[in-house]
Design a binder for this molecule. Structure first.
Ligand code: SF4
Length: 339
């Protein structure tokens, strides 16, 4: 056992999917969306989860907050009393109490906020549902948290449609913050915003982290943002973590060919550097029928016979740097500079 805030152990998620052209009584296919995911999340850090669309990163976030049930695995959570509990196995009052500690911010601030509720009601709703407070106490708390999230308290009686995308994301952040969470799962939280607004929201998230010692699990496909915000990065491919390392190490010296390909899309500040983009061969494999051996082998330029037959384990090749590739130590892969 470690001293991590969250210790995810062997998390699996499978869906039963009916083939599109199926006859009425055709059997559904089992699709393994998360496959034996294990990692630790340390208090006060930002761990980013990256990968192409469909790699399972959003499903991972939703399983962690119990938005959807995991098929198997544990999420060991260290409480403020320093007890370790399996968050996924908790039920009733205890689950409700701990759910306050783990909040989620979604990608689309337009659809995640109820258009029929005022900003005040949106932010205060979780507070009112969980605590017995007077109206004055609720007002004070909402005003305080709105200001911390960069919202003008005089606009709290307005409705979400009156706000810009960046301001709506600030409302979503204030709603999450009001419960004083220890962990926030940010699912593509800035992807729908303009670049200049993205920078403001990222800076806000960083300030709030410092102020309240919040831990972030930051799900994103945008490596430039991930490079800026993360302490560590986990790369997912077809429902598995294929590389996990501190941000600088991962960006400057990737050890998995899939990470190398993702990195080649990041703009290089060095004019002398190799700017050519690695275009992966073939389609993203179908998770209902994953390739044999290493799931990345049909698209990997370095594959051998062994890769087609044997699935590589995620193993630690240096302190804090884990890779699922048979040849992680031998390959000399290209990264990008991390300032
Ligand atoms: Fe490529 Fe083989 Fe490594 Fe898989 S195990 S990433 S196919 S070199």
């Amino acid at each position: 056992m470690t001293n991590a805030l969250l210790d995810v152990v062997g998390l699996n998620k499978a869906f039963q999917v009916k083939p599109k052209s199926a006859k009425l009584f055709a059997r559904p296919t089992r699709v393994q969306v998360l496959n034996d995911i294990s990692f630790e999340l340390y208090e006060g850090e930002t761990l980013s989860i990256v990968g192409e669309s469909g790699c399972g990163k959003t499903t991972l976030g939703r399983c962690l907050v119990k938005g959807i049930p995991a098929t198997a695995g544990q999420v060991m959570y260290r409480t403020e009393e320093d007890e370790r509990v399996d968050f996924l196995a908790l039920k009733g009052k205890e689950a409700k109490r701990l759910r306050r500690d783990i909040q989620m911010i979604f990608q689309d601030p337009y659809s995640s906020l109820s258009p029929r509720m005022s900003v005040f009601d949106i932010i205060s709703e979780p507070l009112v549902a969980n605590f017995k407070l007077s109206r004055a106490e609720v007002e004070d708390k909402v005003k305080d948290i709105a200001e911390k999230a960069g919202l003008n308290a005089s606009y709290l009686r307005r409705y979400p449609h009156a706000f810009s995308g960046g301001q709506r994301q600030r409302i979503a952040i204030a709603r999450a913050l009001i419960m004083k969470p220890r962990l926030i799962v940010c699912d593509e939280a800035v992807s729908a915003l303009d670049v200049s607004i993205q920078a403001q929201i990222i800076n806000l998230l960083k300030d709030l982290q410092e102020q309240f010692k919040i831990t972030y699990l930051f799900i994103s496909h945008d490596l430039s943002i991930v490079q800026n915000i993360s302490d560590r990065v986990a790369v997912m491919h077809l429902g598995r973590i294929v590389e996990l390392a501190p941000t600088k190490e991962l960006f400057e010296g990737p050890k998995h060919p899939y990470t190398e390909a993702l990195m080649s899309a990041v703009p290089q500040p060095d004019p002398e550097a190799d700017h050519s983009r690695i275009i992966l061969e073939g389609e993203v494999p179908n998770p209902a029928h994953p390739p044999s051996g290493c799931h990345f082998h049909p698209r990997c330029a370095y594959r051998t016979e062994k890769c087609m037959q044997q699935s590589p384990e995620l193993r630690e090749i240096a302190d804090g740097h884990s890779v699922a590739c048979h040849y992680a130590e031998q390959l000399n892969l290209r990264g990008v500079r991390h300032d």
